[in-house]
Design a protein around this ligand. Structure first.
Ligand SMILES: [Zn+2]
Length: 174
């Protein structure tokens, strides 16, 4: 079976779990830079897969999946995690429990999809070359938002000169 077929088969197998994760996130939306419960949920799911996430930009996370020849190339996959200050009028079982806050921009789907992708790629890591960086970004709905902070901290990691602020987030999480 080709790698593509294996990915499709696993996506089908895990669809129910991915939808359940999306509905949990939809029920529990959080505003920009307040994604503490979302961050915890994502971190727990990644740890279940044997992936150790690193906190970044206070309420964000990055995690790594290494395939064969991990140093050959790096591919980043990003999901945003914050919701909007909107009252949800939908009458669905997974309606927002956080009054006045709603996943109206689809970041619940983005986050659940990236978690599903992590589950699939972890299982297939012996079958692709390179490294996958999973980027769970906070505060996409704000400007300036989480992206610029993540980039700034990531560059500091790369230069082995983390700012006190970046280190503080690390300490809070561990
Ligand atoms: Zn959005």
């Amino acid at each position: 079976m080709s790698l593509e077929s294996k990915i499709k088969a696993l996506a089908k197998e895990y669809a129910g779990e991915i939808i359940a994760n999306r509905r949990y996130l939809h029920t529990n939306p959080e505003l920009s830079f307040q994604e503490f419960n979302t961050q915890k949920f994502v971190a727990e799911k990644l740890k279940e897969l044997g992936i150790q996430p690193e906190p970044i930009a206070n309420t964000g996370l990055v995690a790594t999946i290494e395939g064969r020849n991990a140093q050959n190339r790096v591919v980043g996959l990003r999901a945003d995690m914050d919701a909007l200050p909107i009252h949800e009028k939908n009458n669905v079982p997974y309606k927002s429990h956080n009054e006045g806050v709603m996943h109206a921009c689809g970041h619940d789907v983005h986050t659940a999809s990236l978690l599903g992708t992590a589950k699939i790629l972890t299982q297939l890591k012996g079958e692709f070359d390179g490294t996958i960086k999973l980027v769970f970004q906070p505060a996409e709905e704000k400007a300036p938002g989480g992206a610029s902070i993540m980039i700034s901290c990531t560059c500091k990691y790369a230069w082995a000169a983390r700012s006190t602020e970046c280190t503080r987030w690390q300490n809070r999480f561990s």
